[in-house]
Structure formats: structure tokens, C-alpha cells
Design a protein around this ligand. Sequence first.
Ligand SMILES: Cc1ncc(COP(=O)(O)O)c(C=O)c1O
Length: 463
Amino acid sequence: MPWAGPAAMTEPISSRTPHPPGAGIAGPLAVAGKLATRRDNVPVSATLAANEALQRRRQRGEQVLPLAFGEAGLPVHPRLIAELAAAAGRGSYGPVAGSPRLRAAAAGYWSRRSLPTEPEAVVSGPGSKALLFGTMLALGTSIALPRPSWVSYAAQATLADVTPQFVPAVAGEGGVCDPDALEAAVRSRRHGDRPIGAVLMTLPDNPTGRLASPAAVRAVCEVAERHGLLIISDEIYRDLVHDPDLPFLSPALVAPDRTIVTTSLSKNLAAGGWRIGVARMPDGPAGSALRARLLGIASEIWSAAAGPMQEAAAVALDEPADLADRVRRSRALHAAVCREAARRCTAAGLDVAPPQAAFYLYPDFTPWRDKLLARFGVRTGDDLATLLLDQYGAGTLPGSAFGESPSCLRLRLATSMLYGDTDAEREQALAAADPLRLPWIAAALDRFGAILADLSGLDDLAA
Ligand SMILES: Cc1ncc(COP(=O)(O)O)c(C=O)c1O
């Protein structure tokens, strides 16, 4: 079934999300009270909140082990800094979709990855997060999300008045809904007032650090094809797959008329604070309709991505040799540290799928469930994350932040904040042939091992 384009195309956004009656008359508190309905369950993003809690502990002089925040943890490459400085005079708003230079560079980036792309298909924004949110606002249907999946998808969907429907991820993989479970979910909501009109994939995945197989991607594309779903493919970690020979299949290759791809400089070039991202719109008339709607939304929220960032991002997306080398080095560093953390988990008796990308691992503490309950009163993943923070100063995120049930004892660990306290240390980590031998990285990993040993009640697991 062809994807018919955004469901709410004929319905103005203002009629779907009415302003509370009387807003502006009864005063700000009354307005806030009326707004606190469906949206009252969207607190500050769990990742950002965990990071702030850890910063407060650090400021009090307490020892911390920062494993919560999914920031790339590396300095921005000097070439990009110079490009940004040179573009600081770019003060005009420019086109909503982004400058022709940026869109051409993004088109080149995707074309070099076997996804032929015209500059007209590219829309930029202040980070891929904003582009994902704009896409959710454009949808007007429910969206299927893999369970687990990145904290912000479900929150953004809720804010956009789009119902998030979690579907278990393919067993042993990550970032992609199990196709049979997706089929069942789509069928079960078919006649409701908000049928599922879109499905999201994260390739490779946060929180699991896994890359879904081409077979799993194809299977989800088939379900999307059968039911006319839009596919949102979040490929922000694509360049950080540890083994470049691992097969990567973008759904945009399988289902070009129904797939929107997003990416940014935040992870591969560690420029998350720059807030610049790009989206590749689907081919065909439905893709053009979605593009028009996204541009309308963009024009009313961010107008255009920041001009100087666009210039620097264009250079990054051209992938000159020095920046490509930077991405290669960071990939190797992420792989080394993340794999070592996973090795320590396995040695301690936890279940963890070997990380394949970025700096995430998603160990399951279920083997210690009885012990954790008896020794610490831990019943839920949130209890476990709180214990780690309060008792050991270790910031982690519980599985519940990624859509898991409260009883799930998985934690997402991000190892990218272990590379050093200063840019000089982080540059050394990038340059090191064996970053695990750098004293500060070794110490952080040893501390992690010691915490696991203490948690499990054994003392010989630290190394
Ligand atoms: C899976 C995923 N998608 C999107 C983003 C947002 O990235 P950006 O900085 O481009 O907005 C993140 C950031 O943590 C992420 O982990």
C-alpha cells in the first residue's frame, strides 16, 4: 500500500492541538494547569536530568562515574572550529530548508553511502532531535517505536499529540521493531481513531549499541509497505559502527518513497552543542507533501538552522580527509572503551549483548535480581540506577527511560564521558594506540569493575 503522506495534511495543526480556552485571561498559573493534561508526563529528558544530577555531585567534590549522558565526550576538531569562526558573520536567516551549500553537502554525504540524494530532498534544522519532532508534528497518526528505544521519541510523540505505541525490538538486535509484533500492533489499531501510520528505526541503536541486521530492516519495510506506513530512520550513529564491514542497510534503500532519514554532527564529530542536523526526505509525491509540511513547521519554530553552523556542517558533510580521520579515530576509541566495559559486565556474570556501535551498552542485571533485592531492596531498574548514583556516584539510565517495564533490570551505560577531564586528555585518548592503558581511562574502568564486584557481593571481579 503506498504511503499516503502526512495524515493531518488537510487538518491545520491548530485544530489538533487547541489552545486552552481562556489562556492569557486567567493568568499564567491557570494556563499551566490547563496545559498539564496529556503533556504533564513529559519531564526534563532523563539523559539531561541524570547529567545535571551528576554535575551537582561533582561540584560538591564527590567522586562520580559518569555513565549516563550520551554525549560523544570529545573535543570538536580544530578545523571545524576555524570554519565556524570564519562563518560567524553569516547573520541572515537564509532559506528554511537550509543553505544550498549545506543541502548539496548533505546530498553528497548520503550519495557516498549508496543513497543517491538531490539537495532539494534535504531539510536542515537545529539538531536531528528538532527534525524528528517536526516530523512527529507532521504525522497526525500513531507511531510504532521499538522497545527499548531512545528516551526522546515517545516524549516527542506525546508532545506532538501522536500516540507512541511500543513494539518489542527484534530479539538479540536493537533499534528495529519485531516485524510480527509490528504487524499485530498495526492490525489491532487499524480501526481506532489513531491508526499506526509510521514506524521508527534507530540504525545503529541507542540504548543497546546494536546494529539491526539487513534482514530485520527488510522485514519491517515489508510491514510498512503492506500497511502504508512512513518509516523514520534515525541514523545519527551510522558512522560509529565499530566494524566497518558489518552490513548496514538503510530502509531508504528498500523503501525510498516512504523513508525519512535523519542524522547530525552531534555524535560522529562530537558537536552536539552546535545543534545542527539534517533530514533526507522520502522520494515521490508523499515525500514532497511531508517536506512541505515539515518546512511549514520549521518556519514557525526555528525559522532556519543557525547560519554559521550550516557553513561548518557543510564542510563536515563534505568529509575532507582530516575530518574523516577524526571520525575513524573516535570510532576506534568508542569501540575499545565500550567493549572493555562490556567485558567487565560479562566477567561479573551480567548478560550483555556485545556492543557494535557508538558508546552504549545495555547490560541486564536480572542474574542478580535476588541478590539485589536481599542486599539493597532493589526491585526495579529505577531502584538500581538510584542505588548506583547514591551509593557509588555512578550515573546510569534505567531501562524504563527507554520504554521498558519498571521491573526490567537493564541499565544503559554510556562510556564516552570516561575519556578525560580536559580536552588535552581527550585528545590523548583519541591519539592513543591503546586508550585502555591511559591511566584515567584505566582508573575509570577499574572503578566500574569495583562497583560491579561490590554490587554482586564478590571482590575479585574488579580487574
Ligand atoms: C538516537 C538519537 N537520536 C537523535 C539524537 C539527537 O541528536 P541531535 O544532537 O542531532 O539533536 C540523539 C542524541 O542523544 C540520539 O541518541
